[in-house]
Write a protein that binds this ligand. Structure first.
Ligand code: IPE
Ligand code: IPE
Ligand code: MG
Length: 234
């Protein structure tokens, strides 16, 4: 089995999972945080180089305040519970997105997770928090425009590689495989720049029911894909 170097996951379906069980939505988010443990471990064991998960989008602020604050509390809890084991597994945590507007305890705990794992050399585990693909592109354009205005960048030298170097994922390969749980056939502002040639795999399984076996099924499906990049089958 050819294991993708970079897997990205849209962890969707927590609310519907909870609703079907007669529980409040936050219980779904809680169950979702718990399955993340097994998926990170599985990616690390399989030798995946990069795992990116969509934890909170720039659009998710539209949700009721108590759901939003509940999600950030769960994030604090996740870091407190998992950091030691992630260290032991040599996982390096990185953040995609603007964490400035996060509640201070959530900001503190994710920054600690990044700082404490910075020297690790195993799986790179990107957590996308307050992340939006369009916001990321605008941020990159702004930075390049500033450099051009200051005279340190020749606008004619802007190419795809330079643009990519301004993304949160600057030194990483684009995702080979994007998995979406919960059945929706859309990307919801996830990795807009980086997903240009990603293989997309959607499963109806809700995120809290997603297991390492389901992940392996996704990787198997990926293995059956013919990645042509605009060329023809060789
Ligand atoms: C995804 O699950 C988690 C976040 C967006 C934070 P949802 O909460 O969107 O679950 P559904 O789509 O309502 O079932
Ligand atoms: C995408 O799920 C965002 C995350 C999983 C964090 P949403 O539930 O927010 O996406 P839409 O609203 O169905 O497009
Ligand atoms: Mg959803």
């Amino acid at each position: 089995m050819n294991v993708p170097s970079h897997i990205a996951i849209i962890m969707d379906g927590n609310g519907r999972w909870a609703k079907e069980k007669g529980m409040v939505r936050l219980k779904g988010h809680q169950a979702g945080m718990e399955v993340l443990h097994d998926i990170v471990e599985c990616c690390s064991d399989l030798g995946v180089s990069y795992l990116t998960v969509y934890a909170f989008s720039t659009e998710n602020w539209k949700r009721p305040a108590e759901e939003v604050s509940g999600i950030f509390k769960l994030l604090v809890r996740y870091v407190a519970k998992e950091l030691k084991e992630l260290q032991e597994k040599n996982v390096q945590i990185r953040l995609l997105g603007n964490i400035e507007p996060l509640p201070s305890d959530a900001k503190k705990s994710v920054l600690k997770a990044v700082g404490d794992t910075a020297e690790n050399t195993g799986l790179v585990f990107n957590i996308a928090i307050n992340y939006g693909g369009r916001a990321e592109i605008v941020r990159a354009a702004k930075e390049l425009a500033k450099q051009a205005a200051e005279g340190t960048l020749d606008p004619d030298s802007i190419d795809e590689a330079l643009f990519a170097s301004q993304m949160y994922t600057a030194d990483m390969p684009d995702p080979d495989l994007i998995i979406r749980t919960g059945g929706e056939l859309r990307l919801s502002n996830f990795l807009t720049w980086q997903s240009a040639y990603s293989e997309i795999y959607v499963t109806d399984t809700y995120w809290p029911d997603f297991t390492p076996d389901r992940l392996k099924e996704a990787i198997e499906a990926y293995n059956g894909r013919d990645r042509r990049y605009g060329g023809i089958k060789s």
